[in-house]
Design a protein around this ligand. Structure first.
Ligand code: P6P
Length: 335
């Protein structure tokens, strides 16, 4: 739905708070806006990544004598430094950190939990392929003080807000707080995310299927039969084309707007698939369900899985509900 006039992310979130969130303290809204601020800082660096060669090699120094870090490490530091002192979070987890991320003793702790992949698909940067940040926000479950692993290992069905930033031809902040999915495009001229895609819903027809078929022979037989089925055109409401970018945020975003199914199944090498439950599958599952789609590991709804480790992997089938449920039927041996 085309929004009327210029609505910034800040205005949208503040109006949503007044309308539905009754977030008395405003801390939740502040947290969301701080995540968006960090994304703007990351976008500025990602968008000149191609200039790293000119500005200085990663790990080296640029012409200003500044250390150039790998972009995913840089992005991780940006999100950490933007959020560690705000008194909004009790704990964080990041794809870049083996252990949970504590709030430093010198800062107050808050009521929320943030899990994030600061720069997913970063191996694609040199080819100028779209990459992204993925995040989810929970309320803490421990009573007080610094958060623990218990606060992090919550099922996705307890997510309060989730979304992603796609650093592509434009930078977009796509998120849901449980009131539908909305996309905000960064206007670099004013440094604001502007509402550009209100109430995103997955189109009725799944236009695209998206999977890395190099692993075909390593998949379980039912998964191979499912992919053969949708490729044969037999699935009457099935995909009419294949697209695979190899960057989850880019593949997901395209399917969200055009309709489709993305799958990263388990295989003989990756028994639980490659993608992470906490900060890749869960946030995307939350967004797709808010947009009318569905996400499964082939047997179980992604949002109903309770993580046992912050870096736990999961097979992922995500997109149009009818396609994901068809995959589940093949895996259950019903097709
Ligand atoms: P493959 C990027 O490395 C990533 O984590 C996701 O963004 C992407 O969907 C997936 O891996 C691609 O994996 O095995 O197809 O290269």
């Amino acid at each position: 739905m085309k929004p009327h006039g210029i609505i910034t992310l800040s205005r949208f979130m503040l109006e949503e708070r007044r309308r539905v969130r009754k977030d008395a303290s405003g801390a939740f809204t502040e947290l969301l806006l701080e995540v968006a601020f960090a994304a703007k800082v990351v976008a500025r660096e990602v968008n000149k990544a191609g200039l790293v060669e000119i500005l200085g090699l990663e790990g080296g120094e640029n012409i200003h004598g500044e250390d150039v870090t790998k972009l995913d490490v840089y992005a991780n530091n940006v999100f950490y430094n933007a959020l560690d002192h705000m008194g909004l979070l009790c704990v964080m987890a990041s794809e870049e950190n083996d252990e949970l991320i504590e709030i430093p003793d010198r800062f107050p702790v808050g009521d929320y939990v943030l899990v994030f992949d600061p720069l997913d698909g970063s191996s694609n940067i040199d080819a100028n392929v779209s990459i992204g940040t993925i995040f989810a926000i929970y309320r803490r479950v421990t009573a007080r003080g610094k958060g623990t692993v218990e606060d992090l290992l919550q099922p996705g069905n307890r997510i309060l807000a989730a979304g992603y930033v796609i650093y592509g031809s434009s930078t977009m902040f796509v998120c849901s707080t449980g009131q539908g999915v909305h996309g905000f495009t960064l206007d670099p001229g004013i440094g604001e995310f502007i509402l550009s895609h209100q109430d995103i819903q997955v189109p009725e027809k799944a236009k695209v299927y998206s999977v890395n078929e190099v692993y075909y022979d390593k998949w379980d037989e039912p998964v191979r039969k499912f992919v053969d089925h949708i490729k044969s055109g037999a699935a009457d409401s099935g995909p009419s084309t294949a697209r695979y970018i190899g960057s989850l945020v880019a593949d997901f975003h395209r399917n969200l707007l055009y309709g489709g199914i993305f799958l990263y199944p388990a295989d003989t090498k990756n028994k639980n698939g490659k993608l992470r439950l906490l900060y890749e599958a869960n946030p995307m599952a939350y967004v797709i369900e808010q947009a009318g789609g569905y996400a499964s590991d082939g047997h179980t709804r992604i949002l109903d899985k309770t993580p046992t480790d912050i870096h736990e992997r999961t097979p992922l089938f995500i997109g149009n509900r009818n396609m994901v449920e068809l995959a589940e039927k093949f895996i259950a041996g019903e097709m």
